[in-house]
Design a protein around this ligand. Structure first.
Ligand code: UT7
Length: 393
């Protein structure tokens, strides 16, 4: 996790809130904030731990490492890297390509995925499906990349897409990363069943827009220019290969002529008009809350049933950590106690897609999950995505 730990009481200096409100309504006591660490730094530390590599000597990110508990995995044996995030460092290259290089995964294909907070469950399901497809036998199956080992990493730097004026959201989020290696074995079940679902987010309950900041020199009638100003600019800068920003800005170019339509489509309030940041998470907490417990129950029941076992055979449910009260509701709906859930939210907050692999690591490190145990990973998030995986550790 990133170096800076911020307690609930610290947030009282920023917004009208209290430790009491945050802890009783959410179960969160503190969260980690990536100040100078990038999303990739977090992903790298979690991946190194999952591969059993020692932490890098200059690593500022402390990971609750389960790495030493596992055998060292040769980086060259990883055939696939899936990185899930809603807070990427860059749009291109895919962040997974940079991670692959840093880890020395010479033989891996690598790509990013975004399924909001359900990212790890989607990523692991895609990895599993690619592994299974590549091991199908028979003439009708076309040749494809053979994948025996897949590294699925989820990393988030949510506190940089957080509106720190908005107490409804800013007390909830944290930064972090988690990772797991999935290995194909003909004689072991591994992932037994999985289930993914998208419900329409009719009320746009969870959104964060992409802010395009580059001036755009076109409108519907064509190129925006000023011939006289351009000639004067060229005369003043005879050796310049590019025009200056002064000239471009003087044209009054729009950054994104479709911005208002995007805001309207997703019901996004324009924060920059009020002097605030535009690229921040908006959430109707109650809408998501209502969706969450039901979606978790349905997904858990589906994978357990499809896996041919019963809920009481599941050693541990490893859920997305958005709110302790959501987990309590989900437990009640499933007819189990909260003890059946891995609860890690107190010291992490909501780290979106990273929550499930971080909680999985906690469960493995603490010994709550041991080889042979049945575990269900379950999550929900923007989109509205939801899903679960039944696996045998
Ligand atoms: O990762 C997936 C997406 N996220 C989630 O799954 C989150 C799901 N939703 C939730 O966890 C909860 O809905 C929240 C934690 C976001 C909010 O809890 P709530 O019990 O639904 O509170 P609320 O929105 O109904 O607000 C209750 C009151 C309001 O005041 P009034 O109108 O009753 O006077 C809020 O203004 O609590 C107030 N409030 C706060 N007070 C102190 C909201 N945020 C805060 C705060 N500190 N940080």
């Amino acid at each position: 996790m990133p170096g800076l730990k911020v307690e609930n009481a610290d947030l009282e200096h920023i917004v009208q809130t209290s430790d009491e409100w945050i802890s009783t309504r959410t179960g969160i006591s503190s969260r980690r904030i990536a100040v100078a660490e990038t999303m990739l730094d977090l992903a790298l530390a979690a991946s190194r731990a999952a591969l059993g590599m020692p932490a890098a000597p200059d690593d500022s990110v402390s990971i609750e490492s389960s790495g030493e508990a596992f055998v060292d995995i040769d980086p060259a044996s990883i055939d696939l890297l899936v990185l899930t995030t809603i807070s990427p460092d860059v749009i291109v290259p895919c962040n997974a390509a940079a991670l692959k290089k840093l880890l020395g995964l010479d033989n891996a294909i690598a790509f990013d995925m975004n399924a909001a907070c359900t990212g790890f469950v989607y990523g692991a399901t895609v990895a599993d499906a690619m592994m299974a497809a590549s091991h199908l036998k028979g003439g009708s199956v076309p040749a494809r990349n053979v994948i025996r080992r897949a590294l699925v990493v989820s990393a988030e730097r949510l506190t940089h897409v957080t509106d720190w004026q908005d107490r409804n959201t800013c007390v909830l989020f944290g930064d972090g990363a988690g990772a797991a290696v999935f290995e194909w074995k003909d004689d072991a079940p591994g992932i037994i069943s999985s289930f993914l679902k998208n419900d329409d987010d009719d009320t746009n309950a969870l959104t964060c827009k992409q802010s395009y900041t580059s001036a755009f020199p076109f409108d519907e009638s064509g190129v925006i220019y000023d011939a006289e100003a351009k000639a004067a600019h060229d005369a003043a800068h005879p050796d310049a290969s590019d025009v200056s920003y002064d000239y471009i800005n003087a044209l009054g170019l729009s950054c994104d002529p479709a911005a208002a339509r995007i805001d309207a489509l997703f019901d996004i309030e324009n924060k920059s008009a009020q002097g605030g940041p535009d690229q921040v998470i908006y959430m109707n907490g109650q809408k998501v809350f209502k969706f969450a417990a039901k979606a978790m129950e349905a997904a858990v029941r589906k994978v357990v049933e499809d896996g041919g076992i019963t809920i009481d055979q599941v050693k541990l449910i490893v859920p997305h950590q958005a709110n302790l009260r959501i987990l309590e509701f989900a437990a009640k709906r499933l007819g189990v106690t909260l003890d059946s859930f891995q609860v890690s939210i107190a010291e992490t907050g909501n780290c979106s897609s990273a929550c499930v692999p971080m909680a999985l690591t906690d469960a493995l490190v603490s010994g709550r999950l041991e080889p042979g145990d049945y575990a269900v990973l379950v999550a929900f998030g923007g989109g509205l995505t939801s899903g679960a995986i039944l696996l045998q550790v």
